[in-house]
Design a protein around this ligand. Structure first.
Ligand SMILES: *[C@@H]1O[C@H](CO)[C@@H](O)[C@H](O)[C@H]1NC(C)=O
Ligand SMILES: *[C@@H]1O[C@H](CO)[C@@H](O)[C@H](O)[C@H]1NC(C)=O
Ligand SMILES: *[C@@H]1O[C@H](CO)[C@@H](O)[C@H](O)[C@H]1NC(C)=O
Length: 327
């Protein structure tokens, strides 16, 4: 099915620019005028490439995970959903990588390079014990840390929110990622490389109705992440790099049970593709944000609009009345 991402990709493609060039040339018969789209395109391409180069750059010479004799990857929530796709992709791509999967249940993938750590991230004591165990046994070899685990609370009105549920959602979605980073990333002045990925959600920017606790916990994660990223940037640290993943709705179980209302603007994402993209970023040591689909990039633009405009767009997108009530 065609969606807005495909449309935009077509509009910025070289094919489209050449068609525009030829059409302008034929209809206006002016070479100068028809050069405008070509120039614009060239400028945009240059800016795009400069941005890419900046995101991969730094004093530290980044290595691919393929270049390590042996290395460890820590992932939370790797037994299902997007996490499982990331685990599969890593196991297939890197023959010398061992994955340490921290999850509440064991992974269905059978592989001798995959070690499960059963841990309930809501429980801070259990979390501390797991972190200690990983640090003692593998601390010096961790080259990638993927904070992927997330839970959502029930869909319900704000007044019905239970304090315990909010605490649990924050413990898993916001506090646990912070603890993993604090305990498992190498020293900033060391010469060990480590890539840190935090997976959040476009709901953390858009805050749809009836998803208050989830949205707030993901918003907290986004802010933690940005603050830490710019702390590293301001210190000129480039052996530790960070990536914030902001996906829209994924084809996983977490949000199953309802059809998103506007598939043209908000297509459901294929988790395999997102997993592959994340692994590509890790390979290049490319920091920054990975937002998909397109609307996730423009969420901030929407939030900066006047209140009435926001309301109209939200009504049109139906984002605030698509969540069912859990009972
Ligand atoms: C990967 O592991 C194998 C077997 O231990 C080893 O022979 C090979 O050199 C390793 N690859 C790299 C890039 O170190
Ligand atoms: C877990 O470790 C942190 C940091 O050392 C500490 O502040 C916290 O109290 C610990 N939690 C428990 C339940 O022991
Ligand atoms: C990821 O989120 C945690 C908080 O949940 C934050 O402490 C951490 O700095 C973030 N990671 C990165 C790489 O920015």
């Amino acid at each position: 099915m065609v969606n807005i991402d495909d449309l935009v990709r077509f509009v910025i493609s070289t094919r489209f620019i050449i068609i525009t060039f030829l059409c302008t040339l034929l209809t206006c018969r002016s070479l100068k005028l028809s050069l405008v789209p070509l120039l614009m395109h060239g400028l945009l391409q240059t800016l795009y490439k400069a941005n890419l180069a900046y995101k991969c750059g730094g004093q530290f010479k980044w290595k691919s995970l393929l270049e390590f004799k042996s290395c460890k990857v820590v992932i939370t929530g790797g037994s299902s959903g997007l996490g499982r796709s990331i685990v599969k992709n890593l196991l297939d791509t890197f023959p010398n990588v061992t994955i340490l999967n921290v999850d509440i249940k064991t992974s269905p993938e059978a592989n001798d390079r995959l070690i499960d750590y059963i841990c309930d991230l809501r429980n801070s004591q259990a979390l501390n014990a797991t972190l200690k165990e990983i640090k003692v046994n593998h601390g010096s070899e961790i080259r990638l840390l993927v904070n992927n685990a997330g839970v959502r609370s029930r869909y319900e009105g704000f007044k019905e929110l239970k304090c315990q549920d909010v605490n649990d959602v924050f413990a898993v979605n916001s506090v646990a990622p912070m603890r993993f980073i604090q305990e498992l990333t190498p020293h900033e002045s060391s010469d060990e490389q480590c890539f840190v990925v935090n997976v959040t959600s476009s709901l953390g920017i858009l805050s749809a109705a009836k998803a208050a606790a989830y949205a707030a916990s993901k918003a907290a994660l986004i802010c933690f992440h940005k603050s830490y990223t710019f702390e590293l940037e301001s210190k000129g640290v480039s052996n530790i790099r960070t990536l914030l993943v902001v996906p829209g709705q994924l084809d996983t179980d977490m949000f199953s049970g309802f059809e998103p209302p506007r598939q043209f603007f908000a297509p459901v994402l294929d988790r395999e593709k997102v997993a592959k993209k994340i692994v590509d970023y890790v390979e290049l040591g490319m920091r920054g944000d990975l937002s998909a689909p397109l609307y996730a990039k423009f969420a901030y633009v929407l939030m900066a609009m006047p209140y009435s405009v926001q309301t109209i767009v939200r009504k049109m997108s139906k984002m605030d009345d698509c969540l069912p009530n859990d009972d």
